[in-house]
Design a protein around this ligand. Structure first.
Ligand code: ZN
Length: 148
């Protein structure tokens, strides 16, 4: 894979020093997502208070793309309201589906633009999206519980 070297560094930094990678036991939903094609796995704990992401933590194993992307995602959504977090998720998903044609909105995606190059490699897109899909699932499960 050829990624811009600056972007490679961002991904490597998150892979080596993942953010929020220590499961916090207080959560409103816990999800476990796997990407069998690559062997990536993550468990994600999410705590919503009202509409706000109060706490997000995770643990996982897998390739540098999946682990770095999850780390970047947690930094982006922590403290945000669901609407803003889902806007970031939508922008990132669109970037991953762009087949290398988009570079991503840096104001919205911050470090996640480093993963733009992944969109040229269909086999790796699931790696990059794993944590983000887990987050979305955890939000929906939390909201289901709150609605009961
Ligand atoms: Zn992977």
């Amino acid at each position: 894979m050829e990624l811009d070297s600056l972007y490679q560094q961002v991904i490597l930094d998150h892979y080596k020093n993942p953010q929020h990678k220590k499961l916090v036991n207080e959560y409103s939903a816990q999800v476990h997502h796997v990407n069998p094609s690559c062997g990536d796995e993550i468990t994600l704990n999410l705590k919503l208070v009202g509409e706000k992401v109060e706490s997000i933590s995770w643990d996982g194993v897998g390739c540098s793309i999946s682990q770095a992307s999850t780390s970047i995602m947690t930094e982006l959504v922590l403290g945000k309201d669901i609407k803003s977090a889902f806007a970031i998720l939508a922008e990132f998903t669109e970037l991953m589906q762009s087949k290398g044609l988009k570079s991503g909105d840096e104001d919205l995606l911050e470090d996640a633009v480093a993963l733009a190059g992944v969109s040229k490699f269909p086999a790796r897109i699931k790696c990059a999206l794993l944590g983000w899909m887990a987050f979305k699932d955890a939000v929906l499960q939390s909201q289901d519980k709150l609605g009961e």
